[in-house]
Design a protein around this ligand. Structure first.
Ligand SMILES: [Zn+2]
Length: 200
């Protein structure tokens, strides 16, 4: 989050991350409203995954004293949608949501960022970009549902794509480590910067 802030991909309180180990019945998410450059490990929120009447639901679990007065990120529905089922063979799943400048600018201009991989094979080689989610309200169930759908989420928890854009808002990237998820964002952001610089 500090690196994202340094790069101007979020303002101080924006963005969120969740992490789940495949064999645990809970995941971790960054707290809401905390200045991300000041984020400490003890501030993370621990979210239990419970089954109620056949449906999975979240419950905030106690963790540290520092985290007890904080709320989980408002984008919890998005993270829960992607963390509730971890596919076979995956040790850890990390979901990163940021607001990278040029990627958002490209969507704002009306470009289909999912099609950039046709012109830039280096992007396609390492990062699969799904269709962008249209304008939806931030921190809504709808944002969560549409993001999961466009990332190509299967019932098994597998994903067809590594990253998607949310128009007028940001991106969601998923991988097995924070830095790998970050790299999907970095790669797409770099290509969007090139495209916008070209004026095409
Ligand atoms: Zn956001």
């Amino acid at each position: 989050m500090r690196e994202a802030y340094k790069r101007n991909w979020i303002t101080a309180r924006d963005g969120n991350i969740s992490v789940r180990w495949h064999d645990r019945d809970h995941f971790w998410i960054t707290p809401s409203a905390v200045r991300k450059p000041d984020l400490q490990p003890a501030m993370w929120k621990k979210i239990g995954i419970e089954e109620i009447n056949g449906y999975k639901a979240t419950r905030v679990l106690p963790y540290s004293e520092l985290s007890s007065n904080l709320k989980p990120s408002g984008e919890l529905p998005l993270h829960f949608g992607l963390q509730k089922v971890i596919p076979r063979g995956i040790d850890t799943r990390v979901v990163v949501h940021l607001h990278p400048t040029y990627t958002i600018a490209a969507m704002h201009k009306g470009l289909s960022i999912e099609n950039l991989s046709f012109d830039f094979p280096e992007l396609r080689r390492y990062t699969a970009v799904g269709k962008s989610v249209p304008d939806v309200l931030p921190i809504s169930e709808e944002l969560g549902e549409k993001s999961c759908k466009n990332l190509g989420l299967y019932d098994t928890g597998d994903l067809k794509y590594d990253i998607i854009g949310i128009k007028g808002h940001g991106v969601v990237a998923v991988d097995e480590t924070p830095w790998r998820a970050f790299e999907h964002i970095e790669r797409l952001e770099h290509i969007c910067k090139i495209v916008l610089a070209s004026g095409k």
